[in-house]
Write a protein that binds this ligand. Sequence first.
Ligand code: FAD
Length: 473
Amino acid sequence: MKKEPVKAEELGAQVRSKTFDEVVKGYCESDALKEAARCIQCKNPTCSSGCPVGIDIKTFINKITKNDYKGAYLTIREKSNFPSICGRVCPAEYQCRKACVFTKKGSPFASNEAINIHFLERFAGDYGMSNNLDVATKRDEKLSKMKVAVIGSGPAGLACAGELARHGIQVTIFEGLHKTGGVLRYGIPPFRMPRTILDFEIDSLKKMGVKFIPNYLIGKARTIKELFSDGYAAIFLGLGAGIPSFLGIKGENLCNIYSANEFLTRVNLMSAYKFPEFHTPVNIGKHIIVIGGGNTAMDAARAALRLQKMNDIPADTTILYRRTEVEMPARRLEIEHAREEGVKFQFLVKPEEFLGDDKGFVRKIKCLKCELGEPDSSGRRRPVEIKGSEFESDCDMAVIAVGLKANELLTKVTPELKLDKYGDVIVDKETMLTSIDGVFAGGDIVGGEGTVIEAMGMAKRASRAIVNYLLKR
Ligand code: FAD
């Protein structure tokens, strides 16, 4: 019998684009059972090879088919710390779903679509959360007397802290911002990742004894050396990649041109979408231009469009991208959602200059049209400018979302820490040990902008190495 993929329920585009409520509602139990039953339990499954942390996907899906949701949750937890988060934000179409046999061969059930592994992971993750499930702790007498400092409370820092706390280690997370969660809090909007989930995971860590110290910048308030002299036996750096890149074009300093980081931080972290109930405002334009083609650009555009609609401004938010949709690095689902909600796209366009009024506010953007040339080092076809194709568009607010790089605040005052040419921390790939004895690193500060699951995977490797390091002391 033909088994069609089970779609996850979503809020309608008209309704959702006026709120910051979660868009994808996920599977109920019967949906999860139906979708799990589509999995043919391959003898030699390929899906796990697509998962950056190698979750045993076949087994957890099999457990769902047997109504063993606890077993499914615990199977995922062997490799991933936060299934509810990853089930929502993992770019599954480039990872596990891409490696699913159905993507390659076509389904024997006449459906050509890969199993919705991410929705099943989310289902199992939410089950675990609502039933307060957790993996067993491995408390160790010697380790429980030791202190470890984790710098940064993004997915890397949280995952590392959780793993260490499970051994009884006394973990303190230092976070520069006033709230914890890293990009999960200040970058990814609540309509993709409800804050209740992040808060739950952070509360669980607190219950395990992890201490959080917000508003505390390591590199300013305290150095790595000082942390060691404070009695921390090892340190994990989960600093992320929090510094925005810019276009470097004329007029980029005009008012109402934001980096995606500033814009999303105002909206997500400072709750500008609830202004004046919350104090941080954000100026909303009538003609908003977002520049970039990644998840950050999608999040910024979808947030900007929501703000227009919530403020009764006719929706006019456009994403400019210098290649075509095919080369866009954003998740396909996010592109689809943005389009359904009313975000417009202009491809093969390169910004040349922002033009302002006499008060210094942006009013127009000047662009050049492009065509695709030969592939570049990323394997994607290079955009080539078309001479004489200049054009201008109205633009009274712009968001630049063209990439992020490492923050130098800590690394600059730690000369013993070896960095690569991008300012990222160099580590041993197995142990995540840096050039300083007892200092480990993981997440976006190693190798640049990545994904949540990659950051957690590195943190898990680092935590294993930290435990071994401490046991040998
Ligand atoms: P971060 O999440 O950046 O956390 C680092 C933390 O360290 C921050 O809270 C920072 O304030 C703190 N910090 C830095 N320096 C110091 C210091 N000196 N002292 C104290 N604290 C410090 N990935 C996906 O998988 N799916 C997605 O859909 C997705 N969407 C994204 C959308 C946006 C807008 C962005 C920006 C990224 C997105 N990513 C996505 C990427 C993903 O969020 C990152 O790969 C991931 O958050 C990296 O985790 P991290 O812990 O290394 O860093």
